[in-house]
Design a protein around this ligand. Sequence first.
Ligand code: PGA
Length: 252
Amino acid sequence: MVMDKRMPLMVGNWKMNGSLSANATLVADLLQGMAGVTCRTAVCVPSLYLSQMQGLLAGSAIDLGAQDVSAHASGAYTGEVSSDMLRDFAVRYCIVGHSERRQYHGESDAMVATKVQRVLAQGMTPIVCVGETMAEREAGQTEAVVKRQLAAVIHANGHCISEIAVAYEPVWAVGTGLTASPEQAQQVHAILRAQLRAATAHADRVSILYGGSMNAANAANLLAQADVDGGLIGGASLKAPDFLSMLKTASR
Ligand code: PGA
């Protein structure tokens, strides 16, 4: 059971990319290449395509994920999508607190913690993103920043905390082609694991993913680290051969 929980988890974050036809092509290419993939796999797609993707992925080894959720249950929140709505489309994972949401949409630690509550209440797995900017790293604040971000989520979610997944995504590595070294990633993942251990007896069940310019060439060394349990992959998840290669690496 514990081992199952930590089966590598590889998640594609499509961000604001795709179209009805491009999605169909990408999924067809992925499904054709899934033989031998044993890691847990998901793709987090734009909300508008959840219905299409629910159909395309039905019965496959790829789970469906969303990229964000409202902090509110329902009501007058124009443009937002609730956790109940995600559940309607068999969504299994939901990214919460991605650095692009924190940066461009002003999401606070408290808001992220509330969103995590919403996702857990629907029986889905939130993928909670934490990570420092380059300025914070250079100022020696990496540990303090990621701990502060995770602490808000732990505080609001109590004993449910072992049901989350975490993604360490250094902001300076997201979409930049710069990647944390395996040692840098492991160092932060170990800090996050220790923080989870202090909060729950089941911290070893929590998958801690690395994200930030992970690709087919660097995945193996990152995934070899003791506390790197998978990846949250942006750009490289949009190319079927690259994503499949990473899934196979994670399945070894
Ligand atoms: P990237 O994005 O792989 O393109 O750096 C990762 C992410 O933002 O989740």
